[in-house]
Design a protein around this ligand. Structure first.
Ligand code: NAD
Length: 464
């Protein structure tokens, strides 16, 4: 007995009925989603605190407000985004109407991870609903508190003939993926290399893509990887340390776009370590474990994996861990070799290794010898250095003297490249991702004389 078949059948029929197409229906779903966010703000904050020890403030700024803003943006622009887009014509089609129609794909599956479990589930949902699709959400089974709220409360705010939340881990998701969807957006892991010390399912992105390929279903893959952070000698070490520490340790380092490791000269490492120490003390106090602003590791498996990584290089800052509350101190590792496990896999925790290089050229070579990252950061007082780091590398996103603030700009597409993912979303890019861009040419039913010009036989007069 397939637990998903009946629901999926219901959603497909709802889509075929055409009820998700009108702007009014789409707007009603978006408003429902907005109401859910407003009316259950506290419930969501509590779930995020339970799952990740997120403070209410962090839950607001990194999850709830971003989702609310995405809903508001889609509502404000829905009619404009849905409008047929006229395109340039040639001589033969002057009298016709040529345009691109954005039509919904049909049944969309959104698979999401646990690290920003509200944001990474609802942000794509906004785009899929705005584009007029029926949607199945499969939140992460690991962030249990949030999964429960999404499964039990959210459906009350949406049309349940067109929307469903399905639950389960790898096995159930594997079953779900046997079904045919019209589009799949997956956010999760594609490990670059599986560390023997780490457990868990490797290469989930590839599993999803292989399942989609069986039905020729298009996919967006939002994956992770190791995000390099180059720090030039020519910069203010304290300013850089503040920014790197903030973005590395936010959500206890469990952020796909966090700086994963620092590349800098041995001199810069000497200056950076005390500056990072001072930034960490300022942000989280002398005993970071007591700070309400430092998150916890999501579960025992990830805690053990991260604890194993603390043995790499030499601990310069932090290094403490406490199993009872899955606490890992904000940590900096120095003298790290690129062959060590901490440099072989995405860290996804509050650990920052520093690898020394002699020059910008060596740093760029180090980066380019690896898979293209989701994000790349470069810090320097010299705009030339930042621009070189930008011009001579590739990544999904780039921050010059900056962390992942680009996530707050809806004017920017978000996504990876190569092993860090494919496809883009956020704002109008989400609407476009979840729409089939249909090329349409509507010609006059008469005026056949014009068409006679390109019908055979191609006589000398026609060729001239
Ligand atoms: P994950 O791949 O383990 O899980 C993501 C989803 O896939 C979950 O819903 C899970 O139930 C499902 N899943 C897990 N194993 C599966 C399997 N074998 N078959 C089918 N489905 C399976 O990822 P995660 O641990 O929840 O999230 C962390 C990863 O996600 C990190 O690598 C991080 O970089 C990445 N990430 C990327 C982005 C981005 O926007 N690019 C954002 C957040 C996280």
């Amino acid at each position: 007995m397939d637990p998903f078949e009946d629901t999926l059948q219901r959603l497909r029929e709802a889509f075929r009925s055409g009820r998700t197409q009108p702007a009014e229906f789409r707007a009603a779903q978006l408003k429902g989603l907005g109401r859910f966010l407003q009316e259950h703000k506290q419930l969501l904050q509590e779930a995020l605190a339970q799952d990740l020890h997120k403070s209410a403030f962090q839950a607001d700024v990194s999850e709830l407000i971003l989702c609310q803003k995405e809903v508001d943006l889609a509502l404000r622009n829905l009619h404009a985004w849905m409008k047929d887009q006229p395109v340039a014509k040639n001589l033969l089609t002057q009298l016709s109407s040529a345009f691109i129609r954005k039509e919904p794909f049909g049944l969309v599956l959104i698979l999401s991870p646990w690290n920003y479990p509200v944001n990474l589930t609802l942000l794509p949902l906004v785009g899929a609903l705005a584009a007029g699709n029926c949607v199945v959400l499969k939140p992460s089974e690991i962030s249990r508190g949030t999964e429960k709220v999404l499964a039990e409360v959210l459906p009350q705010y949406l049309d349940q003939s067109c929307f469903a939340v399905m639950l389960g881990g790898p096995e159930e998701t594997g079953q779900l993926l046997k079904h045919k969807f019209d589009y799949i957006l997956f956010t999760g892991q594609l490990r670059m290399k599986v560390n023997p010390m780490s457990s868990g399912s490797p290469r989930v992105g590839k599993i999803v893509m292989a399942a989609a390929a069986k039905h020729l279903t298009p996919v967006t893959l939002e994956l992770g990887g190791k995000n390099p952070c180059y720090v030039d000698d020519n910069c203010d070490a304290q300013i850089v340390a503040n920014r790197v520490a903030f973005f590395r340790y936010f959500n206890a380092g469990q952020t796909c776009v966090a700086p994963d490791y620092v590349l800098c000269s041995p001199d810069m490492q000497e200056r950076l370590v005390p500056a990072l120490q001072s930034a960490i003390a300022r942000f989280y106090g002398e005993d970071p474990r007591a700070s309400p602003d430092l998150g916890r590791i999501i579960n025992e498996k990830h805690f053990q994996r991260l604890r194993g990584l603390l043995g790499c290089g030499r601990v310069a800052i932090g290094g403490q861990s406490e199993e009872s509350d899955r606490y890992i101190a904000p940590t900096v590792l120095v003298d790290v070799q690129e062959t060590e496990p901490v440099m072989q896999e995405e860290i996804f925790g509050p650990i920052l290794p520093i690898v020394t290089v002699r020059s910008l050229d060596e740093a760029i070579d180090f980066i380019n010898r690896r898979e293209k990252p989701l994000a790349l950061y470069a810090f320097s007082n010299s705009s030339q250095v930042v621009n070189q780091a930008l011009a001579r590398t590739s990544s999904g996103n780039f921050g010059g003297n900056e962390g992942f603030m680009y996530l707050t700009l809806w004017s920017m597409p978000f996504g990876g490249v190569g092993h860090s993912g494919m496809g883009r979303y956020h704002g109008k890019f989400s609407f476009d991702t979840f729409s089939n861009h249909r090329a349409c040419l509507l010609s006059h039913a008469g005026l056949e004389k014009l068409n006679e010009l390109h019908y055979p036989p191609y006589t000398a007069v026609k060729k001239s």
